[in-house]
Design a protein around this ligand. Structure first.
Ligand SMILES: [Zn+2]
Length: 83
């Protein structure tokens, strides 16, 4: 009876160690260059005279875009590719 209980605990421990094999989905996200928050949609923009392309999230775009004469839009980056 005791042995049986030990065996059962070993089996359940092994099950915890090796759960159902699930394919690990790779979530591609990028951090925003301004607020450092990761987002699955980012805008590639230039916002100053450094002429450097940065990636900003939609909410940061709202802050850097209005009235910015140096603002340039270079595309949208999305974590999920559409097919
Ligand atoms: Zn941001």
């Amino acid at each position: 009876m005791f042995r049986c209980a030990v065996f059962r605990s070993v089996v359940s421990a092994a099950r915890i160690k090796n759960p159902h094999k699930m394919p690990i989905k790779r979530i591609r996200t990028k951090p925003c260059d301004r607020c450092k928050e990761t987002n699955d949609v980012l805008y590639r923009v230039r916002i100053d005279e450094s002429q450097r392309w940065i990636f900003v999230c939609p909410s940061c775009l709202e802050q850097v875009k209005p009235g910015n004469p140096l603002y340039q839009y270079g595309g949208t980056w999305k974590s999920k590719k559409r097919h």
